[in-house]
Design a protein around this ligand. Structure first.
Ligand code: GLU
Length: 310
């Protein structure tokens, strides 16, 4: 029987914090419980924000927490050609177009509409949808702008992509979404509008890279935070369009700060490096995120005295 494959996929653009520790431990324990393989992937497509020292810090923190993973670790920045090939496939079937409207221009449009009392449609993360101005731009005009060096994003023609994907797009949720969704969940990619798949200067987006890599690495189980629950709709759509297999998803709760917000990489006090420097042990980290510390078997295989005392 082939073993299930799990992966943890951090972005090396800052220090890991308690939220990452919870995610990594939940993932690693799920892999072990299933007798599965555990992979680590560096999601470093944003080469301006990701740095080798953050990657080194992540490896050190995860090893300290007791995680073990297969090597070599896949680094997305070394595989841009794989994502370009996937983008080319979608382009060939007429599902991609270059969009030239800048973020600033979209923002101005949204503000003007809202000042006028008109609600602007937003994606599940709350970001305004692209107005789709360039969806029907003449191909020769688009080429002229690209040749002239105009910045642009490659966007998915969402309505056409949904039609091409057909009915019944869904995923198997073993965890729980923000609204308690579990079991077979219907995907709603149209809520994201014409999502960006790449930019002139960034050869892939998170959505495209994540589905290509999960397939290339044979990932069968995606364990990650609930903040990515709605993104799964886009991932399922891209998997169907590219003919990629469907993994099982397990979205887990998020670790929040005192005011109920998701932890961010800029919050120094919850960084694993800082906690470790102040004397915290891996067992302390487990308790801080509401996980049982794993019993350290002593040489005779029985539970140690410290473990028994807890
Ligand atoms: N790289 C993403 C993050 O750090 C996780 C992607 C995923 O697990 O699908 O939030």
């Amino acid at each position: 029987m082939t073993r299930p494959v799990f992966r943890f996929a951090p972005s090396p653009n800052g220090d890991l914090h308690l939220g990452h520790a919870f995610s990594a431990l939940t993932d690693f324990r799920a892999a072990n419980a299933a007798g599965g393989r555990f992979l680590l992937r560096m999601e470093d497509i944003d080469t301006t924000r990701c740095r080798p020292e953050f990657e080194a810090g992540i490896l050190a923190d995860l090893a300290w927490l007791g995680l073990r993973w297969e090597t070599p670790v896949r680094r997305q920045s070394e595989h841009f050609a794989d994502y370009a090939a996937a983008l080319a496939r979608l382009t060939d079937i007429g599902l991609v177009y270059p969009a030239f409207l800048s973020r600033g221009a979209i923002k101005a449009r949204v503000e003007a509409a809202e000042a006028d009392g008109r609600a602007w449609p937003r994606d599940p993360d709350g970001a305004p949808l692209d107005p789709g101005d360039d969806r029907d731009l003449d191909a020769a005009e688009a080429e002229r702008r690209i040749a002239a060096g105009a910045p642009f994003a490659w966007r998915l023609r969402m309505a056409k992509a949904c039609a091409a994907a057909g009915d019944g797009l869904a995923w198997q949720e073993e965890g729980e979404g923000p609204g308690g969704e579990t079991g077979r969940v219907a995907a709603e990619p149209e809520r994201w509008g014409d999502v960006i798949l790449a930019r002139r200067d960034t050869p892939t987006s998170y959505h495209l890279a994540v589905v290509v890599d999960d397939a290339l690495q044979g990932v069968t189980h995606v364990v990650r935070g609930r903040d990515l629950f709605h993104a799964t709709s886009v991932h399922r759509l891209l998997q169907r369009l590219l003919g990629l297999p469907e993994p099982v998803y397990r979205h887990h709760r998020l670790i929040l700060d005192g005011s109920g917000r998701k932890l961010s990489k800029s919050l120094r006090d919850t960084s694993l490096a800082a906690l470790r420097a102040s004397g915290a042990t891996p067992a302390d980290i487990c308790r801080m995120v509401g996980l049982e510390p794993e019993a350290e078997p002593n040489r005779t295989g029985s539970v140690s005295r410290t473990e028994r005392r807890r």
